[in-house]
Design a protein around this ligand. Structure first.
Ligand code: ADP
Length: 941
């Protein structure tokens, strides 16, 4: 070195301006020199200030800490070591400045300056500030370690425990982690470097939980998501966060110093907070710590979120696994070589091996006869990467719904996440039951439809047989109860060759107690299932006339006998046979029963319809029948009243039906047994004679009645005739007989006059007899239509005069005759004999029924183109009620001759009939006691 040596004050300037702190220390520890940088490291303004500070005061301004964060014993300081060893020493020294707790870190290099004697005169310390590096390192270390913690753990609580262990005490004196669970906070971790204080902290948290305190920093962070830093809690933050004085006192006891709360936020959701605090360490958090804490929290939240996701995934994996094992459908996985990787219990059962036995085997070796179908199918899935849904094809056996099983399977490729197909998965579901149920429903629906469209029992039977064959069996017979015998009404064999055999089997079965199982199935209404037809059954059939050869040719090996029942009544028997032994089981029997049930309903309906039809006809008959019919229910009310009843009695249906019979039909001989009763009732126009018969039936009594009035009148007529004729004939006959006997008597001498008198009696009475007989004959000829009239131009006045002249001949005393005829005499179109007879009758009656005498007038009055004939008397007269009846045959007002006037009751009948035949109508007007007027009109000729 050629330059001049540096002078002391120049050196000072240099030292003062270097960035590193430089001190010179005497062996007693006092400072000989300190530059400003050194002073700044210890929180002082200048080197001089530092030098001027007495030793104890200096050491009260900071604590020295080692690399591990603990207090550094003074002997381990590099300067002390250099003093002791006389060698340069170096080390990392931390200064925690009091009272704030700020940490500074320095790399200290101490070089002793030796005296000539070899003792240390001075120690020169070069103090290089490594705080920033240190913090960065610390931070990297923490992040590194926490990273390991988070990566290793899937348990949330354990993760936070480990995190707290990392942070306390290296970063903070205590650490609390709160997680949001539902609407509460759970304190997951609470850790303090000092166990006593940890207790205190717990107590504080328990008594003042943050979720009950909105001012609590945790609540604030959760609400806003913004981190929270209190560098110096002592100032006022504590009193802000404290709920009350006691709370504040607890904080104080913790010597709470600095405080950080950072949010744990995962996928935009606030899941909790991490709180870090310092107390006794005197450490103060700054922005750097806050950003470290935030980074930690971010990683923790991520880890926790992953852990939660993982545990959820694990849970769902467990669920999936349970599902796989216990699923009622077969599930399996195969590798690309079609070796079984895994199968669940259901698929294992289908294949008849244990799940473990499957693993490693080839598909083709396990599924046996299905291999030719399945192996290519699996290969296709592997090759195409497309899933396949496969149902077992249906063959003839399945068509018959036999013991075959049905599967519905789907096969799909199994991919890795990058799309490589690594195997096949399959879901295999047994659908035998479903298919059976489907087929069953379809069959029943079809059958129901088929049956319901027929109203003939035989047709329905034939339809059952055709539904049953071939879908249920090879043969089907339907027997129905006919005249006490089970009679076959339909039989169908699937095999045409078997049909004649089937028909050759007995077509009727008696229903005796020993009629065997066939008849028993009917009588007991119990279905019979013969899975395989036993020998005894054949023997039994033989006894009832079946040919065994025929039966064997039909080849029935499995048989069902099912009664056809409707509304509790057995209508018949359905048989279904199959050539396959064991073809039928309980399912088939069930189905056959359902089928028979539907057939039964249809047959029952058919019978009901028939019955209804019959009833409708009966009801129609009731409408049209001429007899009155009515129904009296158990309660005595009239339930039915047919139109004839209404017509005969004149009582309308509306008035009668629903009313008590006793009231409406008073006087009717109701409830008097089943013998017909004849009785009179007041009819709509006249008295009626009815004949009533009754028949009891469960719901009441049905009565039928007919109008016997006419018949009764005829009867009456007959008896009237007999009594009248016998009486009327008797009188003249007696007179003739008396006269004839007198004339014959030898002992009686008669003079001529007497003899002539006798003869006159005989001739007169004979004439009367002849007239009576004539009247009877004429009446009967008029009745039968044999009597006809011959119309001619007749002089009415002349004829009337003749009639009166004849009447004059034996006119009783007191009666006078008078004739009034117009001039000139009118000519009428009439039968002259008939007209004469009519006028004779009317005039004779007028005379006869005027016992007290009086004028009898015969009047002819010309009217408009006609002539009115009037015969009027002043005699007994006729009551108005009898004005019609006097014209009836044999009717007499006084049949018992109370008034002493005889007659046959034929005169007026004959007169009416003759007038009618001549085109007129005879009428009467009369007042009893004042006489009668008979009149009729005839056309002018
Ligand atoms: P008949 O006079 O022989 O009894 P009719 O047929 O001539 O028979 O008369 C039927 C009944 O009508 C008589 O019995 C009588 O009661 C009544 N009748 C007929 N004409 C008269 C009359 N002019 N006055 C009163 N009653 C009469």
């Amino acid at each position: 070195m050629s330059s001049a040596p540096i002078v002391a004050n120049q050196l000072d300037v240099v030292l003062r301006n270097v960035a590193d702190g430089i001190t010179a220390q005497r062996p007693d520890g006092s400072l000989a020199y300190a530059n400003d940088a050194a002073a700044r490291l210890l929180g002082l303004a200048s080197g001089d200030e530092l030098i001027g500070l007495p030793g104890p005061e200096l050491s009260s301004r900071f604590l020295m800490i080692g690399e591990e964060g603990g207090l550094l014993p003074p002997d381990e300081l590099p300067n002390r070591r250099a003093l002791a060893s006389g060698q340069p020493e170096q080390g990392i020294v931390g200064y925690r400045l009091l009272p704030d707790g700020d940490e500074r870190w320095s790399s200290v290099r101490s070089t002793p300056i030796l005296s000539a004697t070899g003792s240390v005169d001075l120690v020169i310390n070069v103090i290089h500030d490594v705080t920033a590096e240190r913090v960065a390192l610390e931070r990297a270390r923490l992040l590194d370690e926490t990273g390991a913690v988070f990566a290793a753990s899937i348990d949330v609580d354990a993760t936070f425990d480990a995190l707290a262990a990392l942070l306390v005490p290296s970063l903070a004196d205590y650490c609390i982690v709160d997680l949001v669970e539902g609407d509460r906070l759970r304190q997951v971790v609470i850790r303090h470097r000092n166990p006593e204080r940890e207790q205190l902290l717990r107590e504080l948290r328990e008594r003042y939980p943050p979720d009950a305190n909105e001012a609590h920093p945790v609540s604030g962070v959760l609400a806003t998501g913004a981190p929270y830093l209190v560098e110096d809690a002592r100032v006022e933050a504590l009193s802000h966060a404290a709920v009350d004085d006691e709370h504040l006192a607890l904080y104080r006891r913790l010597e709470a110093m600095s405080y950080i709360v950072v949010p744990l936020e995962a996928r935009g959701r606030m899941i909790g907070t991490i709180s870090l605090g310092t107390g006794e360490s005197g450490r103060r958090f700054g922005e750097l710590d806050l950003s470290l804490a935030r980074e930690l929290a971010r990683r923790a939240a991520l880890a926790i979120d992953n852990a939660l996701l993982f545990s959820a995934a694990q849970q769902s994996y467990a669920q999936l696994n349970t599902l796989l094992v216990s699923a009622p459908v077969g599930i399996g996985f195969w590798d690309r070589d079609l070796r079984f990787v895994r199968v669940n219990d259901a698929l294992a059962t289908i294949n008849g091996l244990s799940p473990e036995e499957h693993v490693g085997r080839y598909l083709g070796d396990v599924v046996g006869e299905l291999a030719p179908i399945l192996v290519p199918l699996y290969r296709r899935v592997l090759e195409t990467g497309e899933p396949v849904v496969h149902t077992e094809s249906t063959d003839d056996d399945a068509l018959q719904m036999g013991g075959r099983r049905h599967w519905l399977s789907s096969y799909y490729p199994v991919h890795t996440s990058d799309g490589e197909v690594i195997g096949i998965g399959a879901v295999i579901m047994e659908i035998t039951d479903r298919k059976r149920a489907d087929d069953r429903l379809r069959l029943l629906a079809e059958a129901g439809e088929l049956f319901s469209t027929s109203l003939e029992q035989d047709e329905i039977a034939s339809r059952i047989a055709h539904v049953g064959v071939p879908r249920l069996g090879d043969t089907c017979n339907v027997y129905l109860l006919r005249d006490g015998l089970l009679t076959r009404v339909a039989c169908v064999a699937a095999d045409p060759a078997a049909q004649p055999m089937l028909e050759s089997l007995p077509s009727t079965f008696a229903l005796a107690a020993d009629s065997g199982r066939f008849a028993h199935a009917f009588t007991a209404a119990e279905p019979l299932l013969l899975r395989t037809v036993p020998e005894e059954y054949l023997e039994e059939l033989e006894r009832f006339g079946a040919s065994r050869t025929a039966f064997e040719q039909i080849g029935t090996r499995s048989l069902m006998l099912v009664p056809i029942v409707a509304r509790g009544q057995t209508l018949g028997l359905l048989t279904l046979g199959s050539r396959r032994p064991d073809r039928f089981d309980e399912h088939d029997l069930d189905l056959a029963q359902e089928l028979a049930g539907r057939a039964g309903v249809a047959m029952d309906n058919a019978a009901l319809v028939e019955e209804l039809r019959r009833r409708a006809q009966a009801a129609q008959a009731l409408e049209f029948v001429g007899d009155g019919v009515f129904l009296v229910g158990r309660e005595g009310d009239i339930l039915l009243w047919n139109p004839a009843a209404e017509r005969i009695t004149g009582l309308p249906e509306v008035q009668v039906v629903g009313s008590p019979a006793e009231a409406v039909l008073a006087g009717w001989p109701l409830g008097q047994g089943e013998r017909p009763q004849t009785f009179p009732v007041e009819g709509p126009h006249r008295e009626l004679w009815l004949s009533l018969s009754a028949a009891e039936f469960p719901q009441g009594t049905v009565y039928a009645f007919r109008d016997l009035t006419e018949e009764r009148a005829v009867e009456q007529l007959k008896s009237d005739f007999v009594s009248t004729v016998s009486h009327e004939l008797q009188t003249p006959l007696a007179a003739i007989y008396g006269a004839a006997m007198t004339l014959q008597r030898a002992d009686v001498e008669l003079n001529d006059v007497q003899e002539a008198g006798m003869l006159e009696v005989i001739s007169g009475e004979s004439e009367r007899l002849a007239r009576i007989v004539n009247d009877i004959l004429l009446a009967s000829r008029l009745d039968s239509g044999a009597a006809t009239v011959e119309i001619s131009r007749t002089d009415a006045a002349e004829l009337a005069r003749g009639v009166l002249a004849a009447a004059e001949a034996h006119l009783p005393p007191g009666v006078e005759l008078a004739l009034t005829v117009p001039e000139p005499s009118p000519q009428v179109a009439a039968d002259p004999d008939g007209l004469r007879q009519v006028l004779v009758n009317l005039v004779e009656n007028a005379v006869k029924y005027s016992p007290n005498g009086g004028l009898v007038e015969l009047k002819l009055e010309p009217t408009d183109g006609r002539v009115l004939f009037v015969v009027r008397d002043r005699g007994l007269g006729i009551p108005a009620s009898e004005h019609e009846r006097i014209f009836e045959k044999f009717f007499r007002l006084d049949p018992n001759l109370a008034r002493g006037v005889g007659g046959t009751g034929l005169g007026l009948y004959i007169s009416r009939e003759i007038v009618r035949r001549m085109g007129g109508r005879i009428r009467v007007e009369s007042v009893p006691g004042s006489g009668s007027t008979f009149s009729f009109e005839l056309p002018l000729a």
